[in-house]
Each structure stands twice: as C-alpha cells, then as structure tokens.
Design a protein around this ligand. Structure first.
Ligand code: AMP
Ligand code: MG
Length: 324
C-alpha cells in the first residue's frame, strides 16, 4: 500500500521566470511538483546561462572568447570548444555564409548602422581581410584553438543564444525538470511536453505543438537600418561585409539550439534552395516568410523529431515566480 502511494506522482504545476542575460531577456517555463524545486531549477538554469555568457560573450573584453589572439594554439574550455566546433561545422557546410570569424566586418557594419551611412569601400575591404573561418583552426585532441590571422575577431551572435538555451535545458533535465522550455529571446530550446499535452505551443506560420527540439527565427524585422532608401539587416553577407537586403525571415526547427540558431542565421544568407540542402543534412525543418505572409518550405525531416501535432492545447494556469 505504502509503495503504491509513493508511486503516485505529485501533480505538476506550471512556473515561469524571466531574467536579463546575453543582452536580452531569457524566459524559462517549466513544470515542477512545487515552488521550491521550480525556484532551484530556475536558479541553476539562469546561472548556467550567466556563466556561458561570461565565457562566450564578444561584448565582454574579459571573456575567454574575447581573449583569444592570433598565434600558437590555445587550450580552451569545453564550452568554448563546443560552440566553436558547431560554428565551424556550419561554416564549412555553408561555405562561409555562416561565419563566426566575421567580427571585424560585423563591428564595422554595426557602426555604419548607428551612423546611418555605409562604411567606406576601403574600410570594408580591410575589415573583410581580417575575417574568414579558414583562419580558425580547432584541434579536438588538445581541445585547442588557433587563430591564424592577426586582428581576427569572433562574433558568436548568430549561434550563442540557441547554444545557451539548450545548455540551460540540459541543466533542468539533470535536475528532474524535463518538462521545460527555455527562450533566449527568439531562440527556443524545448524539452518534454507539458503534462497531458502533446507539446509546447509554438507559433510558426500556425501554432505547432513541439517537444524535444529547438526553434530559432532570424531576420526579424526590428533589427534593420535604412540607408539611401535601402533596408539592410543586421545579418551581413560575408562576401560584401554589408547587411543583407533580402527581406526574408527564416524559422528553423532542429534537434538542438546551436543548430537551429546557426541555421536560421545561415539560411538568411543562402538562397532558399541552397538553404534547404543544408537544412536537410541536419534533419531540420525550415519556414521562409517574406513580410507578413508566411509560406511553408519544409525541408523534410520533421518526422525525425516526431514532434509536430496540430491539436490546440487547453489553457493552463501559469504560476509566475519572480527570480531571484
Ligand atoms: P541571429 O539573430 O541569430 O540571426 O544572429 C544575428 C547576429 O549574428 C548578428 O547580430 C551578428 O552578431 C551575427 N552575424 C551577422 N552576420 C553573420 C553571418 N553571416 N554569419 C554568422 N554570424 C553573423
Ligand atoms: Mg542565429
């Protein structure tokens, strides 16, 4: 009798917490048996994101990533090595459409966006000379990184948020809270489905119910600049060093956050037919949308996740926890 009673699982409640990290807001929603385990889960997951930001940020001069310099191979932390490996795989697959070494060109473009004028031709040429994923060598045996081009700067902005979202989800799983969703801005890492539901409701072109996958959107219309009547994105074309002018929004559903985030940025640069080929290799699913009308350009693979159901979930009470 006693055994049977202890086997009955406590009903799970929904909790939500928001904190600022990585220059944006991180929202975690999870199901936990009580507020104490929810609170501890939030604390651990946010701490993981904070620590990752400390290591991977290109905004912080003291981060491990910012301190890398050209020269001899440098042994790095496992987190940094994993992020750079994911970025380099994507760079090779997209022939540099996604490129984490574009720091110099992206900084120049950021200044141009602020000043509302295009960078001078000469400045652009010079910045691009300090970019190129082939100048970044990874040695998995020694977990070491070598930069071959002096002045090369890493910009993890296209992949780090998704990476961090997945890492936070891993922390929650390890604490026995697998029914969780971590959203680092528009990069979602999605765990097991909420109790009695087929999945977490995520709006793509229509509401989808998802679990155990990641979703990222790139090319969001807020982050653009208009110069001379042309609208430029914050994502740059590595060939020109200028912001993209194709007004397309890409949403990617993939196995993990780094893949979804990186692919969404990469596919913003590639043509849809090139992008679909890359996505297919990752069993990822892609939606392209121009302006308001969304159209589905599924690159297969959805069945690999077995995640999509089209049933509407019922509403559920949300218990908010302000953290800390
Ligand atoms: P996301 O919002 O994930 O698409 O990332 C956009 C950010 O990625 C930009 O703000 C830059 O920091 C960085 N970025 C811009 N262009 C590229 C590119 N072609 N490859 C990799 N990262 C990029
Ligand atoms: Mg991205």
């Amino acid at each position: 009798m006693l055994l049977a009673a202890s086997l009955v699982a406590a009903p799970l409640e929904r909790f939500e917490a928001v904190e600022p990290h990585m220059g944006t807001l991180v929202r975690i929603t999870l199901y936990a048996p009580d507020s104490d385990s929810a609170r501890k889960g939030f604390a651990a997951a946010f701490e993981r994101i904070r620590a990752l930001d400390e290591t991977l940020s290109d905004y912080k001069a003291t981060s491990e990533l910012s301190r890398l310099r050209a020269g001899a191979p440098i042994p790095v932390s496992e987190d940094l090595f994993r992020l750079l490996s994911a970025a380099q795989d994507l760079a090779r697959e997209t022939r540099g459409a996604f490129d984490i070494t574009l720091g110099a060109a992206i900084r120049l473009w950021r200044e141009a966006r602020r000043a509302h004028r295009l960078p001078a031709e000469e400045e652009r040429r010079l910045a691009l000379q300090h970019c190129g994923y082939r100048y970044l060598k990874l040695d998995p045996r020694r977990r070491a990184v070598q930069i071959l081009q002096p002045g090369l700067q890493l910009d993890p902005g296209g992949i780090a948020k998704g990476f961090a979202a997945s890492e936070a989800l891993t922390v929650l799983r390890a604490r026995g809270l697998p029914r969780s969703l971590v959203a680092v801005s528009g990069d979602l890492a999605i765990g097991d489905a909420p109790p009695d539901r087929a999945g977490w409701r995520v709006q793509v072109d229509r509401p989808l119910l998802l679990h155990n996958c990641a979703v990222s959107t790139s090319g969001d219309t807020e982050q653009y600049v208009e110069i001379g009547g042309v609208r430029y994105s914050h994502i740059i074309d590595p060939k020109t060093g200028l912001g993209l002018t194709t007004r397309i929004r890409v949403t990617v559903l993939a196995r993990d956050g780094a893949t979804a985030d990186g692919l969404a940025t990469a596919l913003s640069v590639l043509t849809p037919s090139e992008g679909r080929k890359v996505a297919l290799r990752h069993h990822a699913r892609v939606w392209y949308s121009a302006s308001r009308s969304l159209r589905v350009a599924g690159a297969g693979g959805a069945s690999a996740f077995d995640t999509i159901r089209e049933r509407q979930p019922d509403g559920g009470a949300i218990t908010s926890i302000s953290h800390p």
